[in-house]
Design a protein. Structure first.
Length: 255
């Protein structure tokens, strides 16, 4: 089975892999694109992109609106990663030039893997949130992780924190996130929500400082041919008796 989008769990039962069936996916190709979008969303939230159009319409003089927009920099900030898969590891590389301090939490991921990337492991999601002025959500959605960014976890974020979600909407208690954002305590930058596509009357559309993107983190349109070529090469390897790339293991399937 050559699968090119998201999880294979809805398509292939676990027993297929247990019996020796081969499943491949798009490998590393989308990871950097998703990480790139995550960085874009974080920067947009820190610089308060939703407020820009109002400033432009008012024709305010340069510099007079900086305080009102409350713009911030990413440089030197404590940053957290919930999840430590391919996207998170690609994001670590993108974040290094900003001189951030990095923490991460992901149940089941060895601490040695995080430390090898220069990332400090946390013992819990709440501890991760408490240490993160910018929190990137890039964990896999499973029965165990659903709702793991709870009201308690969100409350642990420092005042003024930015929450970026490029994982799945179901990872987050959205009602709690709405309350935090509506109160102006934190900013949210979201590529994914529980209900997609986003409806015009969604409560998130009414959040003044929220940055919303329509689930476009990755892959980008210009990567489609690359993904197709990857699939064709994998099919060729399999038919020739070779070993395909980007094979989904049982461990990856369960995660």
């Amino acid at each position: 089975v050559c699968h090119l989008a998201g999880s294979v769990r809805h398509l292939v039962p676990r027993v297929f892999l247990e019996r020796g069936g081969v499943v491949t996916n798009w490998g590393e190709i989308p990871s950097c694109a998703v990480a790139e979008q995550a960085l874009l969303l974080a920067l947009a939230a820190l610089r308060n992109l939703p407020g820009w159009s109002e400033v432009i319409q008012r024709r305010e003089e340069a510099g007079s609106h900086i305080e009102r927009l409350n713009t911030r920099t990413l440089f030197g900030r404590p940053v957290g990663l919930h999840g430590f898969g391919r996207v998170a590891r690609a994001l670590v590389a993108l974040l290094r030039p900003f001189g951030v301090t990095l923490h991460a939490y992901s149940a089941g991921v060895p601490e040695t893997m995080m430390r090898a990337e220069g990332v400090t492991p946390c013992a819990s999601i709440e501890q991760l949130c408490a240490r993160s002025e910018v929190l990137f959500e890039c964990e896999a959605l499973t029965a165990a992780t659903t709702g793991s960014i709870s009201a308690q976890a969100l409350a642990a974020l420092p005042d003024g924190a930015v929450f970026v979600n490029v994982g799945r909407g179901g990872l987050v208690d959205e009602a709690a996130l709405l309350r935090e954002c509506a109160a102006g305590r934190i900013r949210a930058a979201l590529d994914v929500l529980v209900t997609e596509p986003l409806v015009p009357n969604s409560a998130f559309c009414g959040v003044r400082d929220a940055v919303l993107s329509p689930h476009i983190a990755g892959p980008t349109f210009d990567q489609y041919p690359q993904i197709g070529d990857h699939a064709v090469r994998n099919l060729g390897r399999y038919l020739a008796g070779g070993v395909p790339e980007s094979v989904v293991t049982l461990e990856e399937y369960d995660r």
